[in-house]
Each structure stands twice: as C-alpha cells, then as structure tokens.
Design a protein around this ligand. Structure first.
Ligand code: PHE
Length: 341
C-alpha cells in the first residue's frame, strides 16, 4: 500500500514538473500551481488521503514524500517564474525598440546662401581671368574709406555714402575716424600699400550703408572690387576685362558697355551695364582708371604705372540670376524661400 502511494507521489510530482517546464507564460504557470494546490488534484489530494494509511510510519513516510515533492515543485515554479519574467522583459524590449533608421527623413542637404553662391562664382571667374583674391577689414578707417580715395572731408561725394560711424578710436586715430566700410574700394588702397605692381586683384566683401531696406536696398550688402595696376594699362583693358567677365559669368548671349560717370577715385569714370539676350540693359557697377592721387596715396608712382578699378554689388547679381523680386527675401530666413534654390 505504502509503495503504491509513494509511486503515485513521484508520478504526480514528475507530471507536475513536466507541466511547469512546458509553461510558456506566467498565466499558464499560475493555472498549473492552482491545480496542484487544490484539494481535488495533484499532491494536495494525495495528502488529504494519507490519513487512510493504517501504519503511523507509513503515514510519516508518505507525508514526508509529499512535502518533499511539494517543495521541489515550489522551487521549480519559482525558477520557471523567473525565466518567464526575463523572457517577458526581453520580448517587451524587442517589441518596443524603435528602429531609428526608419525615422530618418530622406537625406536633405542644405546649400550655400544665394549671395555666397554668387560670391564664389565671381571669384572663380576672376581667378580664371588671372586675378587673385584680396581682403580688407569691415571696420575701416576714414582715411582708407574716403581720404585716400580722393574724398577728403567735406567732399560732396561723401554725402552719397550714408556712412555708419563706429565708436572706436584706432591707434593714433581720433573719435569718428572709423567707419563700417561703405564700399570695397578701401581694399584698393590696402593692396597698393601692401604689394608692389603689377597688381591684379579682386576683393569681395561685406559693406554697410545707412540705407532703409526696400526691394532693392539693404543696409548690409556685398560688393566685389577689382583692381589692376601695371605698365601701360588703358581704358581699353578695362572695357575688355568687363566684356570677358560678362561673357564668362552670364554667358555668350550677354554683352557689356561703359557709360560716362563720375567717381572721385577714378578718372575717367564709367558705369558699366550689361545687355541681356532680350536686349534690355542693366546697370551693374562703377569703374574707371585709377586716379593719380589714389595711386600716390597707395605709394605708387602714377608716372610709371597706370591701372583700372571696378566695383559692383554681389547681392544684385544673385537677385538677377534667380529672378528674386525683393532683395529682402534673401535675408528673411524663410525656409520656403530658401528651399527653392
Ligand atoms: N566704390 C564704388 C561704389 O561703391 C564703385 C567703384 C569701384 C567705382 C571702383 C569705381 C571704381 O559705388
């Protein structure tokens, strides 16, 4: 009798162990546990029948076997519970993992500002024509910006530049002797003072005037200056250079012309216009033969050397190239505008 009971205990325990091992989630494990703890099934049922054994020793042995089997099952259940909990966490992590590569927007590359694009193309064209690139400071002395360019104090031409004066006294200077440069022409003077002819430079850069912004003006804008100093340079060289530049930059369908004008720092002076393929003319900038006084201010002997200079707006070129109606749009930082180019 006792042997049968012991065999039943171990068979029931083995079956329960197998069921526990088969449980794939906590809910089914709980169900197995509930079934085996209930008075009607499994080891608990056997336990409740032990009182029927006649021998005290048999009852003890059978009771010990049941208790031992129950302890084993409890341990197995706990172990299985841990394994299932780990698996549940892993599964949850796997299911909630975000594949960030799928969130990535289609590759979208930005581009340089329209003015920077024009600036760089202008440099490319002039470097191709044999020029090198020169630079000067944006905060400039009155002397470089006006004086040395043949515009002494009180010269009426100064009135055309709505100058922004800077509260900065340079070494050896006086109050009011520094300005935000109103044009790139002071780089002519700096280049002449720093290097000996022959000189073939362009100087692109930012310039400042006290202008109210409108469709064609900004108080901060960009110019590109050109300066050539060599022996025997004439107005024909100037006209030829402008024409070569026009064709290289705008295309074979464009041509250029010079119109008499006046600048204090060139003599003779001219405006240069370009002719579009549709026959219309557009004023681009100023130019002329470098004034002898300017050569002298730059430490160059006008008897030995002569040269020409030109200057025009870069923003205007950018606007023209892309048919932008209002120059202010280029500085509004409106992504809808920027993305069009
Ligand atoms: N600096 C002149 C301007 O800003 C342009 C210019 C440059 C004219 C060089 C002649 C020679 O209007």
């Amino acid at each position: 009798m006792i042997d049968e009971v012991l065999a039943e205990v171990s068979a029931t325990a083995d079956a329960a162990m197998a069921e526990i091992a088969d449980c794939m989630d906590v809910a089914s494990l709980d169900a197995v546990v509930a079934r085996h703890r209930s008075k009607k099934g499994g080891l608990s049922a056997i336990k409740s029948r032990l009182g029927g054994l006649a021998e005290v020793d048999d009852r003890k042995r059978a009771g010990a076997a049941v208790n031992e089997a129950m302890g084993r099952l409890d341990a197995a259940v706990e172990q299985r519970r841990e394994v299932l909990a780990d698996a549940a966490i892993s599964a949850r992590i796997a299911s909630e993992t975000m594949d960030l590569t799928e969130w990535r927007r289609p590759t979208h590359r930005g581009h340089l500002h329209l003015v920077t694009q024009a600036w760089e193309r202008l440099e490319d064209v002039f470097v191709g024509l044999g020029f090198t690139v020169a630079e000067g400071p944006e905060v400039e002395t009155d002397w470089h910006n006006f004086e040395a360019l043949n515009m002494s104090e009180g010269h009426p031409a100064r009135g055309e530049f709505d100058t922004l004066f800077v509260d900065h006294v340079p070494p050896g200077g006086t109050v009011g002797s520094t300005v935000l440069r109103t044009h790139t022409s002071p780089v002519q003077i700096r280049t002449m003072l720093e290097s000996a002819p022959p000189i073939y430079v362009i100087a692109p850069g930012r310039v400042f005037r006290r202008d109210t912004p409108d469709a064609t003006h900004m108080p901060v804008f960009h110019q590109i200056e050109g300066l050539v100093i060599d022996r025997g340079i004439s107005m024909a060289d100037l006209a030829g250079t402008i024409e070569a530049f026009t064709k290289a930059f705008f295309g074979a369908g464009f041509s250029s012309r010079l119109r008499p004008s006046y600048f204090p720092f060139t003599e003779p002076s001219a405006e240069f216009d370009i002719r579009r393929p549709d026959g219309s003319w557009l004023e681009l900038g100023g130019c002329g033969m470098v004034h002898p006084e300017v050569l002298r201010a730059g430490g160059i002997d006008p008897e030995e050397w002569s040269g020409f200079a030109f200057g025009f707006g870069i923003d205007r070129m950018a606007v023209m190239r892309h048919s932008v109606a209002d120059i202010r749009d280029m500085y509004s930082n409106d992504i809808r505008f920027i993305e069009q180019f």
